[in-house]
Design a protein around this ligand. Structure first.
Ligand code: CTP
Ligand code: MG
Length: 243
């Protein structure tokens, strides 16, 4: 069986999220921190052998202290974040343990994820080497100009909105990072695409939202309630009811 590592980048500055003094991965939804909800479907997952959370140097001491029981119980590693998201993920790659052969990257700011969607994208990555969750675009897409007027309507056929988890054979992601140069992509798949490596789109759910601005927190709360009742987002463990 493949051994997966999961990297949770949580080292951004949450500059578009102004609702609370805390950064978005550390606010709570229904009594549990956003980053823990993002981690839940991977904790105790039979294929996950390592979890690495990426934290900015300014949050590091507070984070280690505040979440010490969770970090210890689940044996979670902590990497230090960099200036851009790709720098943060790159720092985490340096901590991968021997024996890990697949790597998943999942935004710490995406707290509504199920084990079923994780299994779907894990299976595709094992089969094809690179895969991500995504949803087909359903809106009509306009390109806007600096004057606030429509420049054109972009045909939406074949357009997908990329989500995370994005999952790769370890050697594929490491090669993409080795050849990264000065690129600052907003996701890992685009680096892998630039190698010419095919990346498989796995249809996920619009419920898997990323918290970006304030109102997304309320959307995420509702999305959590909208998950199918039979779907568990996390296995039971001793900290199940703690934050
Ligand atoms: N991230 C990171 N390191 C960075 C930038 C982003 O680990 N240097 C993480 C964020 O913490 C988040 C995920 O990448 O979990 C997605 O990024 P985004 O939604 O853009 O979060 P922020 O960069 O924190 O927010 P903003 O762009 O509004 O400042
Ligand atoms: Mg950002």
């Amino acid at each position: 069986m493949s051994q997966f590592a999961v990297i949770l980048p949580a080292a951004g500055s949450s500059s578009r999220f102004k609702l609370q003094p805390r950064k978005k991965p550390f606010v709570e939804i229904a009594g549990r921190a956003v980053w823990l909800r993002a981690a839940d479907p991977f904790l105790n997952h039979p294929r996950v052998a390592q979890m690495i959370v990426v934290i900015s140097p300014s949050d590091h001491e507070w984070f280690r202290e505040h979440y010490a029981p969770h970090l210890a119980f689940h044996n979670i590693d902590v990497a230090l974040g960099g200036a851009e998201r790709a720098d943060s993920v790159g720092n985490a790659l340096a901590l991968l343990r021997p024996g890990i052969d697949h790597v998943a990257v999942h935004d710490a700011a995406r707290p509504v994820l199920t084990v079923e969607w994780v299994n779907r994208v894990f299976d595709a990555a094992e089969r094809d080497g690179a895969a991500l969750l995504a949803t087909p675009i359903t809106s009509t897409i306009k390109r806007g100009g600096a004057d606030g007027k429509v420049v054109e309507t972009v045909p939406r056929a074949g357009l997908w909105a990329a989500q995370t988890p994005q999952v790769f054979r370890r050697s594929v992601l490491e090669e993409a990072y080795a050849r990264r140069g000065n690129l600052q992509p907003t996701d890992e798949a685009s680096l892998v695409e630039s190698l010419g490596q095919p990346v498989t789109l796995v249809e996920g759910s619009p419920l898997n939202i990323k918290i970006t601005a304030d109102e997304d927190l309320r959307f995420a709360e509702l999305a959590l309630q909208a998950l199918p009742p039979a779907v568990s987002s996390r296995p039971l463990h001793p900290f199940a009811d703690e934050t």
